[in-house]
Ligand binder design. Structure first.
Ligand SMILES: [Zn+2]
Length: 315
């Protein structure tokens, strides 16, 4: 006899470069997963059709207890119409409604992809056991999510935790959001690479010039690459110091591709954080790397369903 509340959750993670679907058990274990490139087509229906096939493949022959989704923002929340900045084919796309029609009779919950990563780290990663946490994703963008008092904070429109658009330098570079000097405008991977290129960083003609290559060169001691990561780290430290003063955080968890550069990023981050966080309660904050890697997006999406008491306030 199958006990319904022991069933897994169908988890979906939608980013600008990849779509992922997985089955997540009640304890947060990722049982199986499939990934495919998001693609750059302009046909939103075709993209949705591919997503549904991916999810059906993962869930084939399995009864699921709900569907949890992390998707790039912005979106309307909790109704789940999504307009991801890096997926132009979807503007006000009714993602939650479409999934609910395909998987009727179970909860379907959609939230920001960085929020999913943050709650995954809080549920069963680096922030497990802490009550006041900011989770951050530093990759193509800079995203975040807030857990305060042990519960996800959504804000009025579900967009609380957008730490990437906290201003860290009012005279800084333009941001994709239309503002200026946002943390994301300085610390997102492409911005770090662009700054390094402007300062003369070069690679062999056939090598991609991404954060991964920049991190490798920095690890080899390339001075410009080291300085580029230090600049991003300093900006992150400023943003984290400000967030800590505002929110009285225990812990900040930093994940995403650029965080893989380790001490080259975290060293300058700590230096800057310690320079700006001077009160006893702000000095107490700790910054640690994420633990869950690329599974975090799926695990956090599942947590919207499996730990709705902490992470889903909308019902
Ligand atoms: Zn911005």
């Amino acid at each position: 006899v199958v006990v319904p509340d022991r069933l897994p959750v169908l988890a979906i993670d939608i980013g600008g470069t990849k779509l992922a679907a997985g089955l997540v058990a009640q304890d947060g274990t990722l049982l199986r997963a499939e990934r495919t490139p998001t693609g750059t087509g302009a046909d939103g229906e075709a993209l949705y059709a591919r997503l549904e096939v991916l999810a059906e493949t993962v869930a084939a022959g399995v009864e699921v207890t709900g569907v949890g989704v992390g998707c790039g923002g912005p979106m309307t929340w909790p109704s789940g119409e999504v307009s991801p900045l890096n997926i132009p084919a979807w503007r006000d796309f009714p993602l939650l409604a479409r999934l609910a029609a395909r998987w009727p009779g179970v909860p379907v919950r959609v939230h920001n992809d960085a929020v999913a990563v943050a709650i995954a780290e809080h549920w069963c990663g680096a922030a497990s056991g802490y009550d006041d946490v900011m989770g951050m994703v530093v990759s193509t963008g800079v995203g975040g999510g807030l857990v305060l008092g042990g519960r996800l904070v959504d804000g009025r429109s579900g967009n609380a935790g957008h730490v990437g658009h906290v201003v860290v330098d009012p005279e800084g570079p333009d941001c994709v959001c239309g503002g200026r000097g946002c943390l994301e405008a300085i610390a997102r991977g492409p911005a770090v690479v662009a700054w390094a290129v402007a300062k003369g960083w070069r690679r062999g003609s056939d090598a991609a010039m991404t954060g991964r290559e920049l991190g490798a060169d920095a690890a080899d001691g390339d001075a410009v690459a080291v300085a580029a990561l230090a600049r991003a780290g300093h900006a992150l430290g400023v943003g984290i110091a400000s967030a800590t003063a505002l929110l009285d955080l225990d812990l900040v968890v930093v994940g995403g591709g650029l965080s893989q550069t380790g001490g080259l990023l975290f060293g300058p981050l700590e230096e800057s954080l310690r320079r700006h966080a001077r009160m006893a309660f702000t000095r107490a904050v700790r910054v640690v790397p994420a633990e869950l890697g690329q599974e975090a997006g799926l695990v956090g999406a599942a947590a919207l369903v499996l730990r709705g008491d902490r992470y889903w306030s909308a019902d």
